[in-house]
Design a protein around this ligand. Structure first.
Ligand SMILES: C[S@@+](CC[C@H](N)C(=O)[O-])C[C@H]1O[C@@H](n2cnc3c(N)ncnc32)[C@H](O)[C@@H]1O
Length: 264
């Protein structure tokens, strides 16, 4: 818990580096710089030094995995729906809190993937630290990985705060592939940030482009859509069974969204 909160507080202090991690010809070059910036940002967010890891292991509470999740309500909904599944994918896993929680809650086969290396290094470290077991696999993958997974290969899929922090075309491609790789009766949960009608505020480093893309200090941090807008997008591939709301610690309103989905 201490670690997560420390990481979140640091989100806006990160200095970007300029290495390209995405193929330059993706979408004919369109949006590449902005997406690379975002991936560089996430790579820095999930960096944990050897000293921090050492300290973390000294202080570790064996039940601390329960507090990796950004919200108890979100964790409970995820484990309630997905821990009974046979093969679960945590797509865009970050530090792997969901996959680790599912493994610790009894799921025997969990694959947690992300496209940035530091997220996966951290997920593997935390998985081992909390004894997630052999059924928890953390893999750094390319952005093409999901398109190459076999049809109907997961009966549980979780994807949290990924498709609303990346460019629209990439998000649509991921949504389509999540539907394709899910079994017909799969349980699918996609969670999102809150909806906010942000306006540009140069003093705070906030710039809104194309009506709903929120950049903070030049980094795409959110593509803000209402529940209805997301339901329309997700509804092309899924029945939206339920939308639950939750908050992160310190937030006064439950405005973050959990879409509980079934493949059409
Ligand atoms: C806001 S973080 C969310 C992490 C985690 N799911 C959570 O809920 O804490 C967004 C994550 O999406 C990952 N990401 C961005 N583009 C992706 C893609 N095309 N495929 C998979 N993951 C991606 C980033 O690397 C980052 O780890």
């Amino acid at each position: 818990m201490v670690f997560r909160y420390k990481r979140e507080r640091n989100y806006d202090k990160i200095v970007l580096f300029t290495g390209a991690v995405y193929p330059n010809d993706f979408f004919g070059g369109k949006e590449v710089d902005s997406y690379n910036n975002a991936l560089n940002f996430w790579n820095q967010v999930f960096e944990m030094s050897d000293e921090e890891k050492e300290q973390f292991l000294k202080e570790i509470d064996p039940n601390g995995w329960k507090e990796l999740a950004p919200s108890e309500k979100l964790r409970d909904i995820v484990t309630e729906h997905l821990s009974g599944c046979e093969k679960v994918l945590d797509y865009g896993c970050g530090e792997g809190w969901a996959g680790i929680s599912l493994s610790k809650s009894g799921c025997k086969d969990v694959t947690a993937v992300d496209v940035v290396e530091n997220a996966i290094k951290l997920a593997a470290f935390l998985g081992e630290a909390y004894g997630a077991g052999e059924g928890f696999k953390a893999e750094c993958v390319s952005t093409d990985w999901i398109a190459e997974e076999k049809d109907a290969s997961y009966d549980g899929i979780f994807c949290s705060n990924v498709i609303d922090v990346i460019p629209e075309e990439i998000a649509n491609d991921i949504i389509k592939n999540i539907a394709r790789i899910a079994t017909q009766d799969a349980k699918i949960i996609i969670s999102m940030n809150y909806y906010s009608k942000e306006e540009s505020n140069p003093e705070k480093g906030i710039e809104v482009k194309n009506g709903n893309e929120v950049y903070v200090n030049g980094v795409l941090r959110m593509v803000s859509r209402s529940d209805e807008e997301w339901s329309g997008i997700l509804g092309k591939h899924f029945n939206v069974e339920k939308i639950e709301h939750f908050s992160w610690p310190g937030e006064t309103k439950e405005a973050r969204r959990i879409f509980v989905l079934r493949k059409i």
